[in-house]
Design a protein around this ligand. Sequence first.
Ligand code: PLP
Length: 335
Amino acid sequence: MTDLVDLRSDTLTTPTPAMRRAMAEAEVGDDVFGEDPTVRALEERVAGLLGHEAALFTPTGSMANVLAVGTVVGPGEELLCEASAHVARAELGAHGAVTGLTMRTWYHPRGGVDLEAVRRMFAPDLGPYFVRTRAISVENTHNFAGGRVVPLPELEALRAFATAQGVAVHLDGARLWNAHVATGVPLERYGAVADVAAVCLSKGLGAPVGSLVVGPADAMARARVQRKRLGGGMRQVGVLAAAGLHALDHHLERLAEDHEHARTLASACGVDPAEVDTNIVLLERDDAPAFVGAAAAEGVRVTQVGPRTVRLVTHLGVGSAEVARAAEVLARLSS
Ligand SMILES: *Cc1c(COP(=O)(O)O)cnc(C)c1O
């Protein structure tokens, strides 16, 4: 039996021995009392990296997005986002169910910003007759568009439009780290296009658990209350924050390796590597279910994410030797 190469998701990483040591040695306190020094250190660090005033640690990226959006959109108000955004497609309706907001979407083939569509959809406050747009959400990198980097000028143009209209920008930056490493754009410049943002530590960075919201201090104070309300107030959670700090120290720059691996796999599957911005490769195949099954039979796990779409994701748990083996298998199945 050959070793499995698991390319289903970058959430599949397990903590490295060094990360486990950092977790074991973390100084902790009760974070609901605001007394966990490691959580505080992580929150300060991530707020600083994105150039925001404050941050809030959350168990998941979904909760981070719900809290972030909830600071800028209220019940009966509207969020605009791209049609395949994680907030619209993969959070099981939390924004509607929990916050009570509504969404309308624009479509962009690369998960980017269609500013003309946003302008057309945008709903100003016309009194108590119409749903009013309160925020616009962007996702970078864009998961379901295949880890695509949304270009900074697109984000800056959206931000300028939103600011002129007096509405907020929310950034779902679950994989903002990948965008930063792939483009060299400083995290702060990405942070500057958003009023509130969410980032994940449990994807490519390789922490077992953890995400953060960043934004203005008063908004983060409100988000802290809502986090407790939702059951997300955690106690000696510095053991998890320590994993995040360790990941930022040791696993950020290495994302470049994942991107290189993704391009290698793309080439093997007959996809132009220039189409691969970061660590996700999408293959369009009429035989998607059979392809997934055949790869699994040879120890390479990939997933089907659409009727004809197969997804491969590279990450910390997949080294060069495994990528080479997967490339050999996938190339054979693709030919
Ligand atoms: C993974 C992900 C999230 C958060 O997901 P959780 O599983 O709740 O941590 C949010 N947005 C995007 C784009 C993601 O890929």
